[in-house]
Design a protein around this ligand. Structure first.
Ligand SMILES: *[C@@H]1O[C@H](CO)[C@@H](O)[C@H](O)[C@H]1NC(C)=O
Ligand SMILES: *[C@@H]1O[C@H](CO)[C@@H](O)[C@H](O)[C@H]1NC(C)=O
Ligand SMILES: *[C@@H]1O[C@H](CO)[C@@H](O)[C@H](O)[C@H]1NC(C)=O
Length: 320
């Protein structure tokens, strides 16, 4: 009798687990309005399990295991998989499991936190609260493994959409100002540079008129933007050119309107003085295979045309 019971429980456990797992594995399971069916199925499964399991220790252990599995993870999320606008489902789930954290089925930076006050989540386009919905701070993403916001490099989004531009994060996209009553989110689009689709590196900030303004792209994210810093070496402002902030003395004269670096075309390899009108006695440029490179002499040294090198001393006449 006991053995039979045990087998019965085990059967239920296996059946329920299989159900959970197949639901979990197959993302498309719940399209076509199958949510209710699944809910009933799950409820039935849990109830049966409970009835049966009361009778054996093993059953109780198994039930606990299943329950914690349920709470820890993905089952509930699957109930509204493919059902993005019915966030009411989340309310039901959160009432049942008030400590649950759920990943968002569509967006990788979103998640549900059942323990926040119901109306303190993100807002929808009409500035109504989207219950329990939270968003990781840019550029973090929500990890299904740790159920926390993590460095995007450590998150596997799978089928979830990975947003790379801050302006498409919900918190920024929909910004509700209750006094003014308008969306400030739109501001972001004309302001925060976009790196989605760019290889790593420095690029022009598309929102600023000139090439002193850069954005820094890493993995398609805008990880920094700002003004090219002044060059301490050259004691000049710098301009963005081919992915670098360069002083005019490093910018080829024929490639940039403020460029001061002479062309080396047809010039023998060697070190040369900047043209006299530049008054840069403390620097020189080198030519190698027709390529020019600007160099600043160290410290207070000046470029000596006789030796072709930087020298200490005030008697060096660097002019030709
Ligand atoms: C997943 O869904 C697809 C299409 O709806 C179906 O063909 C497939 O058999 C399902 N797989 C599982 C494991 O349920
Ligand atoms: C969920 O909300 C609670 C209460 O506000 C908070 O303590 C907890 O850190 C939140 N968890 C996550 C993953 O955001
Ligand atoms: C995220 O990960 C990348 C690569 O592992 C690392 O370079 C970066 O510093 C990390 N960022 C943070 C905020 O931890």
């Amino acid at each position: 009798m006991l053995k039979l019971l045990f087998v019965g429980v085990l059967f239920q456990v296996i059946r329920c687990q299989t159900l959970y797992e197949s639901v979990f594995i197959n993302d498309s399971f719940l399209y076509d309005g199958k949510e209710k069916e699944l809910n009933d199925l799950l409820d039935g499964c849990e109830n049966k399990l409970r009835e049966e399991s009361i009778k054996t220790k093993e059953g109780i252990r198994r039930e606990k295991e299943l329950k914690s599995k349920l709470e820890a993870s993905d089952i509930a999320v699957m109930v509204f998989q493919g059902n993005y606008f019915q966030e009411l489902e989340v309310v039901k789930i959160c009432k049942m499991y008030p400590s649950l954290i759920l990943y968002h089925p569509i967006y990788c930076q979103l998640y549900y936190n059942c323990s926040i006050p119901a109306d303190s989540g993100l807002k929808d386009d009409d500035c109504k609260p989207r219950l329990y919905l939270e968003e990781c701070p840019y550029p973090k993403l929500f990890s299904k493994e740790t159920l926390k916001c993590e460095n995007y490099t450590n998150v596997i989004c799978g089928h979830r959409i990975e947003i790379k531009w801050l302006c498409k994060y919900e918190k920024v996209r929909v910004f509700c100002d209750y006094q003014l009553g308008y969306h400030r989110g739109l501001y972001c689009y004309g302001y925060f540079p976009n790196c989605d689709g760019y290889p790593d590196g420095l690029y022009l900030n598309e929102h600023r008129g000139d090439d002193r303004y850069y954005k820094k792209c890493l993995d398609g994210r805008t990880i920094e933007y700002g003004t090219c810093p002044n060059s301490h070496t050259w004691n000049t402002i710098t301009f963005l050119h081919k992915g670098k902030c360069l002083s005019p003395y490093e910018l080829p004269v024929n490639e940039h309107k403020y460029g001061q670096l002479p062309s080396c075309k047809g010039t023998h390899d060697g070190s040369y003085q900047y043209p006299q009108e530049e008054h840069r006695c403390d620097a020189y440029f080198t030519c190698q295979n027709g390529n020019a490179k600007g160099n600043k002499c160290p410290g207070t040294q000046l470029f000596d045309v006789n030796t072709g090198s930087c020298q200490e001393g005030k008697n060096i006449d660097c002019y030709i």
